[in-house]
Design a protein around this ligand. Structure first.
Ligand code: NDP
Ligand code: GDR
Length: 327
């Protein structure tokens, strides 16, 4: 049986990837951290299913910060594929906690590469890299050859990790790949990312539970796609016959303002009556023109983003409506 290990299984992407791998007949192992509550809401439907949990899905306590435990999991599980999605994933927060962001994202990835190198049979590795490595690029759209020029601690840590993955592939011979992913969203997105924050607030205002939505820079633009398309890209990357890096993106830019208008339109509210900006929510620096060219993934992997921006934001808003109406 195919056996995969997911670091970051409790996150947005990890939970969708676990579903995808289980559907493809894998035995799935995931690393979880000790937390004060056991509420792993994105995975609950899987571990409450007695035909899956502890039969084809296994969770192990470990931490990117704790090499001994991680090494033990690798030795015991002996995965054929590793999907490394774990880390501090909030860009704005990386200005508040730069050291731990870099420790986990940069050094954590290097330590993982060292552990894999020491295994008798090195598994394939997918690393979740980010468009943030490009910062403020002079070339738009970006591709796999675009120069790294990060503008925040998160992007800098991802650039280090991305380069290390390429070095271990080219000089040590590991089957190690970077998926350079642009923003991707879903109803499982963390609540402090802007799409989820907007969809949730639009619904809370509609239901009369909140009155306003306060945002930072609404002119900021991103290339937003659907997380379920991107986890498919992760899997396809490791099924390709050679280890390579791929851009996963839609190739289309939208602004935060576009998200606001789509979400408020979905709940039939006038956004002008409820949305304001506060400069305390502005980032110290914003990346610019981050839009990706997914041509290589399309050509070599047959990968296509399937969901439009409008469909994605409406789906997220409807999901909030179901969730908030139920409580
Ligand atoms: P999430 O923030 O939803 O998930 C992050 C995961 O990492 C969680 O499972 C979290 O566990 C885990 N984690 C954090 N710190 C540690 C640690 N010290 N040891 C072990 N696990 C840890 O992120 P996403 O699912 O959105 O993204 C997945 C990866 O892809 C991230 O690395 C992110 O930076 C990258 N990425 C994401 C993009 C996006 O738009 N979503 C775009 C480009 C890259 P816990 O639940 O315990 O906190
Ligand atoms: P990002 O996503 O920083 O691109 O990182 P986020 O949703 O946090 O911000 C997108 C843009 O919206 C602007 N913005 C706000 N952002 C937040 N969070 N909250 C606000 O109130 C707000 N108002 C405006 C931001 O300034 C920014 O310009 C995501 C993460 O998933 C990373 O892990 C990943 O690597 C990148 O996408 C690609």
């Amino acid at each position: 049986m195919l056996r995969a290990l997911i670091l970051g299984i409790t996150g947005q992407d990890g939970s969708y990837l676990a579903e995808l791998l289980l559907a493809h007949g894998y035995e799935v192992h995931g690393v979880v951290r000790r937390t004060s509550t056991l509420d792993r809401s994105r995975l609950r439907h899987l571990y409450e299913d007695s035909t899956i949990y502890k039969k084809r899905l296994f969770l192990h306590y470990a931490d990117l910060d704790d090499p001994t435990t991680l090494r033990r999991v690798l030795t015991n599980v002996r995965p054929r594929e590793i999907y490394h999605l774990a880390g501090q994933s909030h860009v704005g927060m990386s200005f508040e906690i730069p050291e731990s962001t870099c420790e986990l994202t940069a050094m954590g990835t290097l330590r993982l590469l060292e552990m894999i190198r020491d295994l008798p049979e090195a598994p394939k590795l997918f690393h979740a890299s980010s468009s943030e490595i490009f910062g403020r690029p002079t070339q738009s759209p970006q591709d796999e050859q675009t120069r790294h020029a990060p503008v925040n601690p998160y992007g800098c840590a991802k650039a280090f990790a991305t380069q290390m993955v390429a070095i271990y592939r080219e000089s040590i011979g590991l089957f190690a790949c970077n998926g350079i992913m642009y923003n991707h969203e879903s109803p499982r997105r963390g609540e402090n990312f802007v799409t989820r924050k907007i969809c949730r607030a639009a619904v809370a205002i509609k239901l009369g539970r909140e009155t306003e939505l306060v945002l930072g820079d609404t002119s900021a633009q991103r290339d937003w796609g659907d997380a379920r398309d991107y986890v498919m890209g992760m899997w396809l990357t490791l099924q390709h016959h050679t280890a390579e890096d791929f851009i996963f993106a839609t190739g289309r830019l939208h602004s935060v303002q576009d998200v606001v208008e789509q979400a408020f339109k979905t709940v039939k509210l006038n956004w002008q009556d409820h949305v304001r900006t506060d400069e305390r929510l502005l980032r110290r620096t914003e990346p610019l023109r981050l839009v990706g060219n997914p041509e290589k993934a399309r050509r070599l992997l047959g990968w296509e983003p399937k969901t439009s921006f409008e469909e994605l934001i409406s789906e997220m808003t409807h999901a909030e409506l179901s969730a908030l109406s139920a409580v």
